[in-house]
Design a protein around this ligand. Structure first.
Ligand code: CDP
Length: 788
């Protein structure tokens, strides 16, 4: 990409250092738990040991005797204000505190308010709850069997555990294509329940000021404006109207989708503050975070792929069962209960496809949030990339050659997929070729063949994924009716410095830097002179927040559009100052000059000063603009990843020896930040591929509820990532940019899984569900007589 600005200005394409890092690396960030208010009270939560049980009695006598404990709050207390249930983002309902029964292990049962954190914890331990256990349903397939206990007894007309059925695509055409296919492959693929496990857990401080009736909540949320509206809708009837609510998202230590939902703890803290008039702090501990916050994935998929004899892919058919836990609290756009799963035709030119998804209730915490992924895209990518690999192996065609043959070709863009998406741009072959060259693909295949002769297990896996980010065009995308636009408001000060505020909220992605770079690119004001603010609903323009890699595609575009509005006004002022016609002015980043007379010019700083001191008569003073950007389409970043694994034939341990990742996110704002995003994303892709899983025993006890058995990869397990990129600009984004934050998490697991299956294919192994643990591999090796 051609650089339009100097390093001093630091527009797009410059790897300038992150503005936020000096405070982070010196421990000077302000996270929710850093906020201390005078007279603050503390909340701790009593949680259920049972996965499904009636609450017979809650006895708070002993808890109230603990020094410092002020109150024990139960569902019955909240019921008086009709606050014991709340809506989920998918228009289901979720308990704040239960009145009748608990629905999953670790569910909130009561809350203890105290003068110190320790007193609150001691009080919570002293609350005595009597339960009457009920039958537990953990398997969504069993949940849908006739005669299964109906879990949502609160829904009077609900007679089973089926939440919804959703299907997409042309069933007739797909079935016909399968009928005519020369080759088909079919596989059951399970994507297990996983947890985002961000460094910072969730929490808030609710401060209701009884004098002015205003509620201020500092909270770990990725979507502060939407939360404000939800709070107003839920609690407007008790006086909390939207202008009396201020949500502040301070620094956030990782969100990855886990900080989109409203958790009961937030609501209880607000209720406690409204009742006491004191600030109330609630911060989850690590186990609470891992056991009770919303989870991702939990998709049971059956996929079929059809091809002609020569290997041309023709059709895809998928049936999925989605385990949503006890409530559908997924953070999906309303129209799409299975998120954007129907991007599952991926990077391939498939003429027919049909997808069915059914949602089921089980005795588990809410599922269905994204884990660093754009609404179920990881599930879609994993499925198509596994299936394509399976077909290639089945046909005995090299998986790279097979992909090259079936890719959507560059000249086919904009490309309408069989499931109705319009892919904006792509060059899948270019990215795969670059990855193959970088890793030395042909040599690796030779090495693999030689090793196989010696009984050594080496595998090479490819994932050539397509993402879909930037939700989204308001025609199709809303959350609870709120259209998914995003916003930027810029104000240029008289001295040419500026402040810009956004409806998004960074959780570590570096927005303070990259948004400033976009404005620097468009206005020529140095990035260091632009202060970027997000996350305060009293000051920032309304936006839907940061998740699903939507910041660059939506708010980044809003920044460019707002900057161009500022530039339009600046042009008028420059014309006035230079006594020239507007059409006679030429713009280069940072200044207007008169055509043919480059010495006659005004810098953006001169113009800003004039906007407040010497603006044309009849023009309003000031230099500012706002944009609420409604994207015309989503953006479709993509990439090709190649992974090399060595499998220990004695222990089944998988070692990722090399991993090359070529990403394409269109025009890049800050290459260093993009590389950082890819590194982090790859590590979060390695994690579910090899280590992470939350599962439950038959009575709903959680496995994986602490870091002892929920295995996050450390530096020791993480390979050296080899990264590169191609650039295929988005034709509709004002800057030609696409999102990137989630690409690597979306694309990496399939590359790793494909590599392991590739290593074991000759032994008859066709598929292994992630996480691919040594135990799973060892079992397969033993079945196949490789080890004892
Ligand atoms: O919504 P979120 O910030 O998580 O995702 P994103 O839009 O993909 O951006 C992640 C980070 O990468 C941001 O700081 C972006 O500005 C930066 N980025 C970039 O520099 N160039 C791109 N083409 C895309 C993202």
């Amino acid at each position: 990409m051609e650089l339009k600005t100097t390093p001093e200005v630091g527009g797009m394409g410059h790897s300038i250092k992150r503005k936020e890092d000096p405070r982070f690396i010196r421990g000077k960030g302000t996270y929710v738990d850093d906020v201390q208010l005078p007279g603050m009270l503390y909340l701790d939560i009593v949680r259920s040991p049972h996965a499904h049980a009636k609450i017979v009695k809650i006895d708070s006598t002993k808890a109230m005797a603990v020094k410092g404990v002020l109150a024990v709050i139960t569902g019955k207390d909240l019921e008086k204000y009709n606050l014991h249930w709340m809506p989920t983002l998918m228009s289901d309902t979720q308990m704040v505190l239960p009145v009748e029964k608990v629905m999953y292990q670790a569910q909130e049962v009561a809350a203890v308010l105290a003068t110190t954190r320790y007193a609150a914890a001691d009080g919570a331990a002293a609350v005595e709850v009597q339960y009457d256990p009920l039958p537990v349903v953990v398997d969504p397939r069993k949940a849908l069997e006739p005669g299964a206990p109906v879990l949502r007894t609160d829904k009077k007309d609900k007679k089973d555990n089926h939440i919804w059925h959703w299907e997409w695509g042309d069933k007739g055409a797909t079935d016909r294509a399968f009928g005519e296919a020369a080759v088909t492959v079919k596989e059951d693929i399970y994507l297990p329940r996983i947890h985002v496990a961000s460094i910072e857990t969730c929490g808030c401080i609710a401060h209701f000021d009884k004098i002015d009736g205003k509620l201020t909540v500092w909270m770990t949320t990725q979507a502060p404006h939407a939360i404000r509206t939800v709070f107003a809708l839920v609690a407007g009837h008790v006086g909390l109207e939207e202008h009396k609510i201020r949500i502040i998202s301070p620094d956030i230590g990782g969100g990855f989708g886990g900080k989109v939902p409203v958790y009961p703890g937030y609501v209880i803290a607000v209720a406690a503050s409204v009742l006491t008039g004191k600030p109330v702090k609630w911060i989850e501990d690590r186990m609470e975070n891992l056991q009770a916050d919303s989870f991702a994935r939990d998709y049971h998929i059956t996929a079929e792929l059809a091809a002609k004899k020569d290997g041309t892919l023709t059709a895809l058919r998928i049936k999925t069962l989605a385990d949503h836990g006890y409530t559908d609290a997924a953070a999906n756009p309303s129209k799409f209960p299975a998120g954007l799963f129907h991007v599952c035709t991926g990077s391939y030119d498939l003429k027919a496809a049909h997808v069915e998804v059914d949602g089921a209730y089980t005795n588990k915490p809410p599922g269905g949030i994204a884990y660093r992924c754009s609404f179920r895209v990881t599930e879609a990518v994993h499925t198509i990339e596994r299936m394509v690999d399976l077909m290639a192996h089945q046909l005995n065609i090299d998986p790279a050659e097979f992909r090259m043959k079936n890719f959507i070709k560059p000249e086919q863009f904009p490309y309408k997929s069989a499931l109705g998406w319009e892919y904006d741009s792509g060059n899948y072959g270019g990215a795969l070729k670059k990855a193959m060259d970088m890793i030395g693909y042909a040599d690796l295949r030779r090495e693999q063949a030689e090793k196989r002769k010696r009984g050594q297990l080496m595998g090479i896996g490819i994932s050539s994924f397509t993402e879909i980010v930037g939700a989204g065009p308001s025609k199709h995308f809303d959350i609870l009716g709120l259209k998914m636009f995003d916003s930027c408001e810029i104000r240029v000060h008289p001295t040419g410095k500026a402040i810009a505020r956004f409806g998004t909220k960074s959780q570590g992605q570096g927005h303070e830097t990259t948004y400033a770079q976009i404005l620097a690119e468009e206005l020529g004001i140095p990035a260091k002179d632009i202060q970027v603010e997000e996350g305060d609903t009293d000051t920032a323009p309304y936006g839907l927040g940061t998740y699903a890699s939507r910041s660059t595609p939506v708010a980044g575009a809003a920044a460019a559009v707002a900057a161009r509005k500022v530039r339009d006004k600046a042009r008028k002022i420059a014309a006035y100052l230079l006594e020239a016609a507007e059409d006679d002015l030429v713009w280069e980043p940072g200044k207007f000059s008169v055509k043919g007379a480059p010495n006659k010019s005004k810098t953006i700083q001169d113009i800003a000063f004039a906007a407040y001191t010497n603006h044309p008569q009849g023009m309003e003073a000031g230099l500012e603009a706002v944009s609420y950007y409604d994207p015309p389409n989503l953006t479709y970043p993509f990439g090709s990843y190649i992974c090399v694994v060595d499998v220990d034939s004695g222990t089944g341990e998988v070692k990722v020896r090399r991993f090359v990742a070529i990403d394409d996110c269109g025009n890049i704002i800050n290459p260093m930040i993009v590389q950082g995003q890819v590194h982090g994303g790859l590590t979060m892709g390695l994690a579910p591929a090899l280590f992470e899983e939350i599962s439950y025993d038959e009575i709903g006890n959680i496995r994986g509820g602490s870091f002892i058995d929920y295995l996050l990869p450390t530096a020791v397990e993480t390979p050296k990532w080899e990264t590169g990129h191609t650039v295929t600009p988005s034709p509709h984004h004002p800057l030609g940019a696409k999102g990137v934050g989630e690409s690597a998490t979306v694309g990496a697991p399939a590359a790793i899984a494909n590599a392991v299956v590739d290593a074991l294919w000759h032994l008859g192994v066709r598929h292994i569900d992630i996480p691919i643990t040594p135990a799973k591999v060892w079992k397969l090796l033993r079945q196949n007589g490789v080890t004892e």
